[in-house]
Design a protein around this ligand. Sequence first.
Ligand SMILES: [Zn+2]
Length: 293
Amino acid sequence: MDPAPAFVETDRGDVACTCGCGRRWLVSRGEARHDGQAAAVVAMPTIHGADRVWWMAIEVAPGAWACTRTWRDGAHVTAVVVDGERTPVTELPGFAAGAATVRGREEIVADPAAKARLFGFHDQVLRHHPDVRHLFDREHGRDFSFKLPDCVFALPADQRSPRNQENFAELDDRVFVRALVPVALADGEELRIGVWVEVTREAFFALLRVFWDDEAAYAAMRLTGTIESSLTLAGHDTRGAAVTLKARDPSQCLFVAESATPWLAELLRTCLSVATLPDLLADIRRALGRHAA
Ligand SMILES: [Zn+2]
């Protein structure tokens, strides 16, 4: 048994897409282990609409790299070896300077041992890299949610209202709705965190009247309230932040559209580098972990 981890990320940064789309891609460098051997890896996930590709360069022998292109093909993840000029990884400074030799596709494909070694490392990265999931599992990789408002969760389960459900909750006279805080990311996607917002009873019941069967009225609704979920975002506690909620379209749940709390208003306007994601995700998971008990 090999006690060393299958993949260790040693550096994260991001780089502007060279196509001019304005997105910035994660550049993750690290080391993969397979069969008792280690290899340096550079990974660069890119997203252009439905085209979601995980590019990698793997050092298959000292100073010699091979490049792969990995994407989702229906229910399967498919990977192929590509020539150096067919991947954006080789446009990164280390490769562009010519310090690294990139082996051609034909050379790797014609060498079964090299190919097996390459995909051994490749699969380890895909299995263990922290950023893989969102690329191949669009619905869930960057979505998080608190199941209940903090003040409701603080009560023993048998003292909570039986009417609490996925998007609505109550505690005595207080009422809460669930809404998503969208955090824009530089790769063009967004991270969404479901938080609970205390609203007036009047707004709550107006929302309930239209939520299930009056799409136009639901889409036109604006609710204001105060976040009742504690989470550290951009160094601040979300709890107590003043927010305005609205649906982006009638089929979706409510989003936090604006905030009268300056730091949150700023966050809603900002686009975060994907290089900062691990710290943000750690804060989110820590906060959600409180509710897992
Ligand atoms: Zn682009």
